[in-house]
Ligand binder design. Structure first.
Ligand code: ASP
Length: 348
């Protein structure tokens, strides 16, 4: 793998390899071991669109591998504001750093960065296009939730809920999940925000079963994962969203009435907490089925795996690695589930 631009580059073996490397990275990502595999290497983090999780977890992943990070955010303070092309920006920065993570509001723009350089480029989100590292961490999280519950991804029932038209995370996730076998997808979106038909056709052609709905509050039999997304307001151009009502809010009442006792509840985050947003409700925060923070935490190990693979240092994660010397809490968040502690992992 030269760059990571789209999940379409990956087959199931590639995914499983990356996820195995992420597992090996867990003791470092979860602050139990120290790794210096990328000591001396520098990452260029170029974010031309809003980001908290992706930008910071890529940076944290590179630092936890022993590297350091240079970054730029937004167009205003970059030479693109002076008319510089993607080609020139990419080539210039490639003279300074060893890998690039790029987020850009235009579909295909990150691939243009990759064309102008021989250093690895990772797509951190290209407009409504793709978000491959998010899909990998989503599958990693599903795998970990299922392992605890004794389930397998093959044959799972997954509901994708919300803005399925503009949400790049669900575009990448459904493609990547389609590499597994016999999945059942329930796609729940308000009118006008449905999953693009070409994606549904591609997934259906791989033998999976898809059902489209506009109503959330109906039983979802045998549901293993409910994956909610926010309305991507920044991508709505002259579009009004009809039917995005409180009935589409994923809350405790929905989970109890329509899902199962072991349904994992996921969201790529951020959840939109502004009044009237109807996004994932905070009334679920103490429910152990809420996997959103376990999911965002997984971002560091998975992004370490991406860098380690692209830069050829995966073996160094196998150890021996030295212990950390500082103190950290047993549980990261006060509402974290009882089974989820920083040391509930096996160090190699
Ligand atoms: N953080 C994700 C993304 O950048 C999801 C979102 O913004 O809704 O696509």
């Amino acid at each position: 793998m030269e760059h990571l631009l789209s999940v379409d580059q990956l087959d199931r073996d590639d995914v499983e390899h990356l996820l195995a490397v992420a597992r090996a990275a867990e003791p470092v990502a979860r602050r139990r071991k120290v790794c210096r595999a990328l000591e001396g290497a520098v990452l260029g983090n170029l974010f031309f669109e809003a980001s908290t999780r992706t930008r910071m977890s890529f940076a944290a992943a590179f630092c936890r591998l022993g590297g350091s990070v240079c970054d730029t955010t937004g167009f205003t303070f970059s030479s693109m504001a002076k008319g510089e092309s993607i080609h020139d920006t990419s080539r210039v920065i490639s003279g300074y750093v060893d890998a690039l993570v790029v987020r850009h509001p235009e579909l295909g723009a990150v691939a243009q960065f990759a064309q102008a350089t021989n250093i690895p480029v990772v797509n951190g989100g290209d407009g409504p296009g793709e978000h491959p590292s998010q899909a990998l961490l989503d599958i990693y999280t599903i795998g970990k939730e299922f392992e605890r519950l004794g389930k397998s991804i093959d044959g799972a029932h997954v509901a994708l809920i919300g803005d399925l038209k503009h949400g790049r995370t669900v575009h990448s996730l459904i493609r990547l999940l389609s590499l597994y076998r016999d999945l059942r997808f329930t796609l729940i979106a308000p009118p006008g925000l449905e999953m693009p038909s070409e994606l549904c056709e591609a997934v259906g052609a791989r033998g999976h079963h898809l059902e489209m709905r506009q109503i959330l509050r109906q039983p979802l039999e045998g549901l293993d994962v409910a994956y909610a997304t926010r309305i991507q307001r920044e991508r709505l151009i002259d579009e009004t969203v009809e039917g995005y009502t409180p009935e589409l809010r994923v809350d405790h009442a929905f989970l109890d009435a329509c899902c199962g006792t072991d349904t994992a509840l996921m969201h790529p985050l951020p959840r939109d907490s502004t009044p009237g947003a109807n996004d994932l409700s905070t009334d679920l925060d103490k429910d152990p089925r809420l996997a959103i923070f376990r999911q965002s935490d997984s971002g560091v190990a998975v992004r370490m795996a991406i860098f380690a693979t692209l830069l050829g240092v995966e073996q160094q994660l196998q150890g021996p690695l030295r212990d950390v010397t500082w103190r950290s809490p047993r549980r990261i968040g006060p509402d974290d589930a009882a089974f989820y502690t920083l040391d509930s992992i096996v160090c190699p």
